[in-house]
Structures are given as structure tokens and as C-alpha cells.
Design a protein around this ligand. Structure first.
Ligand SMILES: [Zn+2]
Length: 131
């Protein structure tokens, strides 16, 4: 079978190191395209709650353990979809630069998620992964 080229972008966010010059940035292809204003609200979209913070868990630790280092499931499509949805609402810059491709990216990611549907039964990402 022919390999189709993966054209879905990979967004990275920087929240773990407050001393980093990229701290609070969402990056695409080496460029910061958005600065996160409210970090609590941002980590909330991944299912992080104030209760967890009260229990001494940091958002970075939660996201790393829950999604990135999770060996049972690949949450890439869930996380990337959620970041795009966030940017659609919160970033004029993102919409200006990439708005026209949003729907295509979301559709591509939705297909990736369908193939690994079992993932979302274990996924804390809201609103679409948890019904
Ligand atoms: Zn999911």
C-alpha cells in the first residue's frame, strides 16, 4: 500500500519551564503562533482540574503522564484536535494564518482518531472525547 504523506501539522505547547523564552507559547513548525493567556484554562481542556492541583499534581506532570508517556494508547490525534479547537477560539493570529486549513486538519485528525477509537474510552480530553 502506498504511503500517504502526512500533512497534518504537529502543534507543540511550552508550559513546563517558566524560565524558557517560549514559555506559554504554542509552536508550529518552529514558530510561536500563539501565547497562552490563561494557562489554567488551557490545561483544563486536557482534563486537568483544580482538584488535581490541590492534590499536588502539576498540569505538566498530568499531561505528560496521562497522554505523552502513556504506553497503552497514542493520544496524538486527540491532543492535536484539542489544540486546534483551542486556537480557533483564542487566536486571531492562528485563524489569520491557518484558518482556511482548519477544517481539513480537523477532518484528517478525526480519521486518525476513528482508527484508534479505543483510545477515547481512556481519554480525559473534553468535550468531544468524553460524551
Ligand atoms: Zn480522545
Amino acid at each position: 500500500m502506498k504511503n500517504t504523506k502526512n500533512t497534518i501539522p504537529r502543534f507543540i505547547f511550552h508550559l513546563s519551564d517558566p524560565c524558557s523564552e517560549k514559555y506559554r507559547g504554542i509552536e508550529l513548525n518552529g514558530e510561536i503562533i500563539h501565547w497562552i493567556e490563561d494557562t489554567d484554562r488551557f490545561v483544563g481542556i486536557f482534563g486537568f482540574t483544580p482538584d488535581m492541583r490541590d492534590a499536588g499534581i502539576s498540569p505538566e506532570e498530568f499531561i505528560r503522564n496521562e497522554y505523552i508517556n502513556n504506553r497503552n494508547f497514542d493520544f496524538t490525534a486527540c491532543m492535536q484536535t484539542q489544540i486546534i479547537e483551542y486556537l480557533r477560539v483564542h487566536s486571531k493570529n492562528f485563524m489569520h494564518k491557518h484558518g482556511s486549513l482548519c477544517e481539513k486538519w480537523l477532518a484528517d485528525l478525526a480519521r486518525m482518531r476513528e482508527r484508534s477509537h479505543a483510545v477515547c474510552t481512556a481519554c480525559k480530553i473534553t468535550p468531544f472525547c468524553i460524551d
